[in-house]
Each structure stands twice: as C-alpha cells, then as structure tokens.
Design a protein around this ligand. Structure first.
Ligand code: PEP
Ligand code: MG
Length: 313
C-alpha cells in the first residue's frame, strides 16, 4: 500500500469528472519542505513561522536569521509557491516555555481570546516589520505568498497592509530585492467569515484556518480537554461558515484554501469539494491518501451535507 501511494507522487490530483485539485503542504520548519516535495505537494499552503520564535527565552529571531530560513524553504520547494504566514504566537503556541496551563494560571485569562497572532504582531511593530522584510526578501528567490493570521477588524486589515507597504519601501531604500508577493488573509474568526467580502476586497487570496474557526464558532478552547468532546468540525454552524467563505471567494475569482486539520481528513473531502473547494493544505504525510481520495471522487455526486454513517438503510 505504501509503495502504491508512493507511486501516486507524480500523478496529478484530478477528480473522476476532471476537476483539478491543488494539494499543498503545511510546514513548520525549513527542513519540512523536503518532506513536502517527497510527498508530491504542489507547494506550501502554510508555513507556520512561529516555530522560529518559540522557546528562545524571549530572544526573537532577527531579520537575517528569518530571511535565511524563509529563503531556505523557498529554495527547497524548487520553484513551487510557498505561503509564509506571519508569526502566530500566543494561545496554544506561547512564546516562552510556559505551558498553556501555566499561562492561564498566571494571567487568569483565556489566551485564545487575547494578544495572539496579528494582534501581537501589530503590538510589536519593529518585530513585525523585520518579519515582513525577511519574507519579502525571500520572494526574490522564488514564488512567495504572504499570509496574515487571525484578522477580524477593519483596522487590523488597514494597519497590516500599511505595514507591508512600509516594509517594501524600506527594502527599496536599502536597495534590497523582493519579488511580486500576493497577500492573503486567514479566515479563522467567525467575524471574518461573516464579513468575508471585505477581505475579498483587500486581499489576493484566502486561507481558512478551520482549527481556530471551529474553536471560535463553537466557543470551545481547542486546548481544553474538558470540552474536547464538543470540539466538532461537523457542527452545522461551521459547515455553514465554510460554505459561505468558499462560495464568496469563488464568485470573486480569488483562490481559497483550507489549511486546518480537516483539509487532510478524507472524511471531509467530499463535503469540501461539494462546497467548491479546490485547494487543500495539510501535513505532508496526509497528501498521498488525500490524492487517492480525490482520484476516486466524482464532484457531481458529492453533497454539502455530512455523509450518513452507521445509519441502517
Ligand atoms: C487553523 O487555525 O486552522 C490553522 C491552520 O492555524 P493554526 O492551527 O496554526 O492555528
Ligand atoms: Mg489558526
């Protein structure tokens, strides 16, 4: 079986009715790019850069260190697109060694609703500009797409886009090269899903972070075991938001990818294809099985409803 899946590596992912499907990899380290290539990924749909920032006792990586890491991933992907997400620390990914439980005890607050991801980046403008410059510079070495996590407010969109323009201006002034970089937004807060049109007006592409979208839609902390049984990506409210985002993006002709855990779950493939999704980003190890699922699926026979399971005829 493993060998057969290995042979699939060079087979394009096309459904039985001829719909091409893009299969991308989620990576966390520059070295994961090799696994992505080996699995036959068509690019990186999500480079989680926070792993460069974590467990360093408060010392942050500088622009050069980040540039080397991003360029390394871009080179390793051999001309395939690499979507680099700006740092998403906080909540379940604390900057320092404190575990989430220690953090909660210390702060007495819920870090999932606190200063994380783009909120933290905008509160640390000099750190954020360094990261933006490092990502932009990597684009001189291959196709790079820039992705922003956790946006929910119009003001965050405006400030972020201004920061990107400013970072480009600084690079030009310093005579440092950068390429054409598409800028995308993660849709992972229900507020963003409900105002997806505003995101489509301002961004080149969307990436749906279902891990957080489920958490925030259902008010279930994704790190809290006491309510883990209620963390349900099949909840109709989640499916409704997913369909809404995908349909809106397709209508505007903008690319939309799902990069949460459900993207690599073959139980979800038919529902997502039925909603119009044609781009999936997942752990490299899941790509062969997902490709096999796509090759055996006819999108004309897929339904946006959850397939009945264990129900007698
Ligand atoms: C998500 O929220 O689905 C996602 C892809 O981002 P992360 O898991 O890194 O929060
Ligand atoms: Mg997320």
């Amino acid at each position: 079986e493993r060998e057969r899946l290995g042979r699939l590596r060079h087979t394009p992912a096309v459904t039985l009715d001829g719909e091409p499907v893009e299969l991308l990899a989620n990576i966390e380290l520059q070295s994961d790019a090799e696994a992505a290539i080996a699995a036959g990924a068509q690019g990186v749909g999500l480079f989680r850069t926070e792993f460069l920032f974590m467990n360093r006792n408060g010392e942050l990586p500088g622009e050069e260190e980040q540039f080397e890491a991003y360029r390394g991933a871009v080179m390793a992907m051999q001309g395939l697109p690499v979507t680099i997400r700006t740092v998403d620390v906080g909540a379940d990914k604390p900057l320092d060694r404190l575990s989430i439980h220690e953090l909660r005890q210390e702060q007495g607050l819920n870090p999932a609703l606190g200063l994380r991801a783009i909120r933290w980046s905008l509160s640390e403008p000099s750190m954020f500009r360094q990261q933006l410059r490092a990502i932009l510079r990597a684009s001189a070495h291959g196709p790079v797409r820039l992705l922003i996590p956790m946006l929910a407010h119009e003001s965050e969109i405006r400030l972020t886009l201004e920061m990107i323009d400013r970072a480009k201006q600084q690079l030009r002034e310093a005579g440092l090269a950068y390429g054409e970089v598409q800028v995308g937004a993660m849709i992972e807060v229900p507020a963003a899903a409900l105002m997806v049109e505003a995101f489509l007006d301002r961004f080149d592409f969307l990436a749906i972070g279902t891990n957080d979208l489920v958490q925030y839609t259902l008010a279930i902390d994704r790190a809290d075991e006491a309510v883990a049984h209620l963390y349900d990506p099949w909840h109709p409210a989640v499916l409704h938001l997913l369909h809404h985002i995908i349909r809106a993006a397709r209508k505007r002709g903008k690319s939309v990818c799902v990069c949460g855990e459900i993207a690599g779950d073959i139980d979800f493939t038919e529902v997502l294809l039925a909603m119009g999704l044609r781009s999936f980003s997942m752990h490299p190890s899941q790509i062969p099985a997902l490709k096999q699922k796509v090759l055996r699926t006819d999108t004309r026979r897929c339904s946006v409803l959850r397939p009945a399971r264990g129900v007698p005829d």
